[in-house]
Ligand binder design. Structure first.
Ligand SMILES: O=C(O)CCC(=O)C(=O)O
Ligand SMILES: [Fe+2]
Length: 232
């Protein structure tokens, strides 16, 4: 790479790591944008605190001690993504993000007032726009919670539509457990009457494979939690 003349035109790095290991060596030009780094770190700390509060509240709703799930996040692999969706001349022919489910425990999404996030209504399969509400987050239950809760909670399928008028920004925080965590139905929630519906899987392996895409796209077979569903 040549020398940097104007930092506004620094070539963006290849930002999709090839393996989970690469996340550790990912640098977003900290030296070029120190204020950006500071803002990101501050935001990450605050949203992480919120994530733990939500985690504890959800644990209580499952009849578990508030801190029952906290240990899974000791070496958490959470990430924040900054999304920009430019206006699209043919919004009916393209999607900002194709249909998918978030694989982790929770997603805390900040979105601007443009709108574009659609969630699939389970009753009839219709795509419903998630209306932006100022100063609020969209909280999404991910696959990990679906498995922990043995299907009591379900992760929602969603996608992002684009429009031809305005660019859109969103900032999801993906609250993910440590890579070494085996995700499986919590033992307190299963018994003979209500047996485990999933075999356990290693979060790090699942996530690495999920990075190849979500649901079936081109010729890549994507990993989904139903692959771990036990036969009944
Ligand atoms: O931009 C959004 O509103 C959501 C993006 C999203 O679903 C994702 O990055 O997983
Ligand atoms: Fe998502």
């Amino acid at each position: 790479m040549g020398s940097v003349v104007d930092p506004a035109f620094v070539q963006a790095p290849e930002h999709r790591p090839k393996s989970t290991e690469d996340f550790r060596t990912l640098h977003l030009y900290h030296h070029v944008f120190p204020l950006y780094r500071e803002a990101c770190e501050k935001y990450a700390k605050a949203v992480n605190e919120l994530a733990f509060k939500l985690l504890e509240l959800i644990a209580l709703t499952l009849g578990l001690p508030a801190k029952r799930l906290n240990g899974f996040f000791k070496d958490q692999s959470s990430i924040i993504r900054l999304n920009r969706y430019p206006p699209c001349p043919s919004p009916n022919l393209a999607l900002g993000v194709g249909r998918h489910k978030d694989g982790g425990a929770l997603t805390i999404l900040a979105q601007d007032d443009v709108g574009g996030l659609d969630v699939k209504r389970r009753s009839d399969g219709e795509w419903i726009r998630v209306k932006p509400i100022p100063n609020s987050y969209v909280i999404n239950i991910g696959d990990t919670f679906q498995v922990w809760s043995n299907d009591k909670y379900e992760s929602a399928e969603h996608r992002v539509s684009v429009n031809s008028e305005r660019e859109r920004f969103s900032v999801p925080f993906f609250f993910n457990p440590a890579r070494y965590v085996t995700v499986q139905p919590l033992e307190e929630l299963i018994d003979e009457m209500n047996p485990a519906k999933y075999n356990g899987y290693k979060w790090g392996e699942f996530y690495k494979t999920r990075q190849n895409g979500n649901f079936k796209k081109l010729d890549v077979e994507n990993i989904q939690i139903y692959h771990f569903k036990k036969a009944v």
